[in-house]
Design a protein around this ligand. Structure first.
Ligand code: G3I
Length: 370
């Protein structure tokens, strides 16, 4: 058993009587989050959202819904000129039926740009990206809590020395025009909060620290120029093979808060690519990292929302698409709060306990500073 697994087993045995007591009462993660002024929710795909067990879990726990893929440009505009919002409308209707807030995801991301646009001129790309953004934001105007406007613009491991990602977006839209994405989104839906979203900033590894610095360098001039960015979205695809430091994460949150930003955790899951042992031991290790991370987030007043990327270990993108690291034993990973049958795992108990025992409320005043 490694350190994290040991910590997990210890933490969970200490809280087991409390966990048992908590398990007696029906728990809604969103209701627990609302007690401290926050929201809790999930990313969903129409292929799973209306079927058991996902549908029931969403009814019980979701106060926020985001479309995992349905609002991506590549998904809406599979052919030049055509736009198909069928799946996007389905996810929006689901959120409405649950009376859940909606996170729009995502207006500009190099991985969701239609492939046929990688070969056009910069002028043509700017016209197409602008038209797509305006059409999508206007379609759902007034119904979106937060839009992910720009996704994953930094990349610190490139040889060029820049911390901005070299991509179809940087080449054809232009990094100097990134702020214009936020201005276009604000004009199309003045009520929606606008987020910059990125990954790899949550854990205690040198590359995470470089990414934290790079994001602050990106955001600082925008904040000074009053670019309408309201929210930092931390994706939080955590991994048990990386270290975690609440102190370093919270110092980063302080810096974001000093910029006048609120913080949303937008794609939370925990990969157990390297942990060994029985399923119970693996689940304890996953639960321990969830607990460390969620405890830290909930201790900060700028954190307003927490969204998990998918609902169960059966519908998680990690097992579905085979992206990212695989387990050496070929077993599926167990990165969500619910097992493949939709039963709550130790990670569920850990997150529910964190939410239940939160003492720090989301500071709504932070929103008004923007
Ligand atoms: O729709 C096609 C289907 O027709 C085809 O049979 C199948 C075969 O591979 O592919 C399907 O498309 C897949 C698509 O998801 C829709 O389900 C793509 O291959 C697959 O690459 C795509 O993956 C998504 C990925 O973003 C890229 O858009 C994942 O589901 C989704 O979870 C992931 O989410 C991203 C966030 O948007 C941004 N942050 C990172 C996160 C994880 O990578």
């Amino acid at each position: 058993m490694n350190r994290r697994e040991w910590l997990g087993a210890t933490a969970l045995s200490c809280m087991s009587w409390q966990g048992l007591a908590d398990a007696q009462a029906p728990t809604s993660l969103d209701a627990l989050a609302r007690a401290s002024g926050r929201r809790f929710g999930f990313a969903v795909s129409p292929a799973y959202a209306d079927k058991a067990p996902v549908a029931g879990l969403l009814r019980q726990h979701a106060g926020v819904i985001t479309a995992e893929n349905a609002m991506k440009w590549r998904h809406i505009q599979t052919v030049f000129g055509g736009r198909d919002y069928t799946d996007a409308d389905k996810v929006m209707a689901l959120a409405a039926s649950l009376k859940a807030d909606f996170r729009g995801h995502t207006l500009a991301w190099h991985q969701s740009t239609p492939a046929y646009l990688s070969v056009v001129s910069s002028e043509q790309f700017i016209r197409a990206q602008t038209a797509h953004l305006q059409a999508l934001v206007s379609r759902y105007q007034g119904r979106i809590h937060t839009w992910d406007v720009l996704n994953e613009a930094i990349e610190v491991n490139q040889s060029m020395g820049s911390s901005l990602r070299d991509s179809v977006l940087s080449k054809l839209w232009g990094v100097e025009r990134y702020p214009a994405l936020f201005e276009l989104a604000r004009a199309a839906d003045p009520q929606a909060k606008l987020a910059y979203s990125d990954y790899g900033m949550e854990q205690d590894e040198p590359w995470c620290e470089r990414r934290r610095r790079a994001v602050l360098l990106l955001l600082e001039p925008w904040v000074k120029r009053m670019v309408p960015v309201d929210v930092m979205g931390l994706q939080a695809h955590l991994d048990l093979s990386h270290r975690f430091s609440a102190t370093k994460l919270l110092a980063f949150f302080d810096e974001l808060q000093a910029f006048g930003l609120t913080i949303q955790i937008t794609e939370l899951d925990v990969r157990d690519s390297t942990s060994t042992g029985s399923l119970a031991e693996r689940d304890s290790a996953v639960a321990a990292l969830y607990q460390d991370f969620v405890d830290a987030c909930l201790s900060h007043p700028a954190v307003e929302m927490m969204v998990l990327w998918n609902v169960t270990d059966a519908d998680t993108w990690i097992n579905r698409w085979g992206q990212g690291p695989r387990r050496a034993d070929g077993q599926p990973m167990r990165p969500t709060l619910f097992d493949e049958q939709g039963q709550p795992k130790r990670a569920f108990e850990a997150v529910a306990a964190s939410l239940r025992h939160t003492k720090v409320r989301f500071d709504k005043k932070a929103e008004n500073n923007v």
